[in-house]
Design a protein around this ligand. Sequence first.
Ligand code: AR6
Length: 175
Amino acid sequence: MYTYRNTKMIILQGDITKLKVDAIVNAANNRLLGGGGVDGAIHKAGGIEILEQCRKIGGCPTGEARITTAGKMQSKYVIHTVGPIYRGGHNNEREFLYRAYYNSLKLAVDYDIKTIAFPSISTGAYGYPIEEASEIAIKAVMDFIDKNDKIIQIIFVLFKENDFKIYKRKLDEIL
Ligand code: AR6
């Protein structure tokens, strides 16, 4: 476990849908109607009530975030954010990925969320290289903590062992 200012930062390997936190973050797409990867796992575990709320919301631009309840999962909320599709790195991917993390945290504070778990946004189907993506994730979270001390615990959930190792190395370097 890592601590930055008063916020705990934790890395876990596993399935984000199994966690019991105030909010889990979904790496969704612009339509917000489900998909594969973590998005598919969240809709499957949470059930139809999440999809019904997403339909009413009507989509989400890249880098922004929207919130629903978590249906049948143990967490309270799902924050749906949309990371960039990686197209070589010269299409503002870095900035969009940063905003996906930062805006998810802003929305969390609006809902009085104290504990939040992130998957590794954009590094699956959207192809963002994990080394750079992990640095952006950590930077966005730290910048947010610099401005706002309301979130107590931030968890990075890595599905794959190698991604977990990369996050661990980056956090050991930075913190
Ligand atoms: N818990 C935690 N992490 C997971 C889980 C899980 N249950 N399942 C997969 N991952 P991806 P993206 C990891 O492809 O790249 C969807 O179809 C996975 O190993 O889910 O942002 C959406 O609808 C990877 O590290 O999201 C969009 O169309 C990370 O989650 C598109 O994919 C993100 O991989 C979004 O692509």
